[in-house]
Every structure is written in C-alpha cells, then in structure tokens.
Design a protein around this ligand. Structure first.
Ligand SMILES: *[C@@H]1O[C@H](CO)[C@@H](O)[C@H](O)[C@H]1NC(C)=O
Length: 395
C-alpha cells in the first residue's frame, strides 16, 4: 500500500534540522572554496551546530581552495580562524580588523607571527594583541585552530559570551589576558588545560560561581580574578600557588583565608578587598616576608591582629580597613621596616601603639579613623563600640 508522502510538521522540523546538519558536516569536511559569502556561514554554523560550550570537534578540518596559496598549513588554519573571528565581530570602532582579509595573516593588525617553536623555518601566528580595540563580538570555536598562539591579549574590548572550550587546543599558551570585556559563564576552566601558561587575567568580566582549586596548582606567575561575580571560598590549594600576584578583589568570595596561605613561596601582592570574607586572620600570614602589598579591606574579618604579623617585613601597602577587627594595634606592626601606608580605619580597635598614631612619623601614611580609640578624633560612638567590643571573638 503506497501512501502519498505527507510532510507532517514534526517530520518537517526533523528534516530541516537533518539537512542543516548534513550541510554543515559537508561544509567542514570537503574541499571548500571559502568565498566571503561562504565564510559568513561560519559564525552561523557555530550558533547552529557547535555544542554550547564552544567545543571544536576533533575531526573538524577545513580545506580552503583559494586562488592564493599559504606559506604553510598552519597559516592557512590561522586564516580560517581569523576569518571566522572577523565574522563574529559586531562593532569595530577603530577598524582594527579592517585589514583582516587575504592570506597574509601576519600583516593583520593585532596578529603577530614568529618562527614555530618546533620548526624555525615555518612562520606561524604566535600571538594576538587586540588590547584597547573596543571591539564588540564573540570568540568563535574556530580560534582553536590557532594552535601556535602563545600570547592572547584582548583586554579592554567588548567581547561577550563564553570562552570557547576549543581554546584547549592552544597548547603553547603562555599569557592569557581577556580582562575588561563582557565574558560570562563559569570560570573558564579551559585555562587549566594549558601546560605552560604563566599569566591569567580574567578581571573585569562577569564570570561567576566557583574558582576551581586546580587554578592554584598550576605554575603561574599572576592570577587576576578581581571584579567578577565569583562566589566560592578561597581554596586551600592557594598555598600551592607559585604566583607572585593574586587578586580576589570586588567579588563575593566567602569563608576564611586558608592557613595554607603561609606556604605561598613567591607572593608579592595579594588583594582580598571587597568580598564577603570573614573569620580571624590566620597567623600564617606572618610567614609572607616578601609580600609588598597586603589588602584585606572591606570584608568582615574579626578578632585581633595576630602577633605574627611582625613577620611581614617586606610589606609597603597594608590595608585592613573596613572590617570588624578588635583589640590593640601593636607598635611593632607600625614599625615594619618597609611600611609606606597602613590603613586600619573602620574597625573596632580600642588601643594602638604610639608609632601607630597618624602623624607620628611623616614618612608613613597611617589612618585610624572610625575605630574605638580613646582620645583620637573621628571615632565611632561609645554605643557602637560597646556592641562589638562586649562580644570578643575567640580566634
Ligand atoms: C577599514 O580599513 C580598511 C583596510 O585598511 C579600509 O579599506 C576601509 O576603508 C576602512 N574602513 C573604514 C570605515 O575606515
């Protein structure tokens, strides 16, 4: 019994989806003349068929049959990636990508070539630097084709969306700076997959959720996390970090500072400013003799200053203002040899060493306002102080 074929709506949808899938599979596997019109499909194909996390399937490979030839296969792959990226740009006010056409990708503004690490006779795209270009757009999964990129600097643009997982193919990544953009989603854990990465800067974006403990186990020089929406605790693994600079500021980190912080062997600068951190300062902070900048301001730290803080012999900038600290500010902290600026304002201290009084020494800036210090100007009211001081914290 031969019934006439009826295209029912569900079948029609399925068929449409299937044809698109087939079309794009074909697109990615056969010889292809990549005209401008065809290249314009690339970002669409990402939106239509690539997984949401921006993964680049292992079998993805394009053949570009252009009239022009490329110096080598790696530059051709970079070309495909850069053309996909150009199509994913919605606004380019300084025309930075204006010359991103043709096979000479090494001449593109913001694209830097160098000899391949594994073959000095082959030129490859080793870096991208679009700092300050104010470009709006997203990062297409095709960027995973630029496997020789070691330096990726995008700071101060308007890139949005997620960091595609396909970037895990950039095994040589050394410096990754996507700061001051509009990226969203969880911490871009693709950064954990790069074996040689030294510098990770994701500050001033809208990343949210947990910061993975593995981040601090990598051999990094600098970790910039500030001005996002991270909500996790600070992992105990921070003690394993080789970083000299770590910034947590202006997020919603909660919990305590882990005791393991004392094990950070290269630390020069650590910024906890403006989070929801609390508890007492662990005495292990005093082991950080090479720290120049210690900023724990605008949190909810309680208790007294650990006597071990006298071990911060390298500290220049020391800011513990805006917490719920109590007790005495000891003289020996105010006499730390490198001290330039010590701010302990907006706490509940009720005593201070003589050299801790602002104006006691001209070379050091001190701020003791809004505490509970007898005979000092601009202090909290007796009533305000009584509420906190009458309930001492047992650290
Ligand atoms: C952008 O740059 C390209 C190549 O340098 C140039 O041809 C084009 O006219 C420029 N566009 C604008 C709007 O300036």
């Amino acid at each position: 019994m031969n019934k006439p074929t009826i295209s029912l709506p569900p079948f029609g949808c399925f068929f449409l989806f299937f044809s698109l899938f087939f079309f794009f599979s074909l697109f990615s596997s056969v010889v292809l003349a990549l005209t401008d019109a065809e290249a314009s499909f690339i970002p669409q194909r990402q939106l239509l068929t690539l997984p949401e996390n921006g993964e680049l399937p292992d079998d993805i490979e394009y053949e570009v049959d252009l009239k022009v030839t490329f110096a080598n296969h790696r530059l051709k792959r970079a070309y495909i990636a850069l053309q996909a990226w150009k199509k994913a740009v919605y606004s380019d006010p300084f025309n930075t990508t204006g010359n991103w056409h043709g096979p000479h990708v090494c001449g593109y503004t913001g694209v830097f070539c160098a000899s391949a690490l594994d073959d000095p006779n082959v030129a490859v795209v080793a870096g991208v630097d679009l700092n300050g270009a104010d470009i709006a757009g997203h990062l297409p999964a095709e960027l995973g084709l630029m496997t020789d990129v070691a330096m990726f600097h995008l700071n101060s643009n308007r890139f949005c969306g997620i960091i595609p997982k396909s970037l895990e193919k950039l095994r040589l990544m050394h410096e990754f700076d996507v700061s001051n953009n509009r990226f969203v989603g969880p911490f871009p854990s693709v950064v954990l997959s790069w074996p040689a990465v030294k510098y990770i800067d994701v500050r001033y974006n809208d990343f949210e959720g947990q910061v993975p403990p593995e981040l601090f186990k990598k051999d990094l020089d600098a970790i910039f996390l500030n001005n996002n929406r991270f909500t996790s605790t600070i992992p105990d693994s921070i003690g394993e970090s080789s970083a000299s600079v770590v910034t947590f500021a202006h997020n919603k980190f909660n919990g305590c500072i882990p005791k393991t912080i004392g094990n950070m062997k290269n630390l020069n600068e650590i910024i906890f400013k403006d989070n929801n951190l609390g508890g007492c300062f662990p005495s292990e902070i005093g082991k950080l003799a090479n720290v120049n900048v210690f900023d724990a301001s605008m949190n909810s730290f309680t208790g007294v200053l650990p006597p071990s803080f006298v071990g911060l012999t390298g500290v220049e900038e020391f800011d513990i203002s805006g917490n719920k600290l109590t007790g005495f500010v000891p003289e020996n902290i105010c006499k730390l040899p490198k001290l330039v600026n010590l701010t302990y304002a907006f706490n509940y201290f009720n005593g201070q060493g003589d050299l801790c009084i602002p104006g006691s020494r001209t070379e050091i800036a001190l701020d003791d306002t809004r505490n509970c210090l007898p005979d000092r100007p601009k202090q909290r009211s007796a009533r305000e102080c009584a509420i906190v001081i009458s309930r001492p914290v047992d650290c």
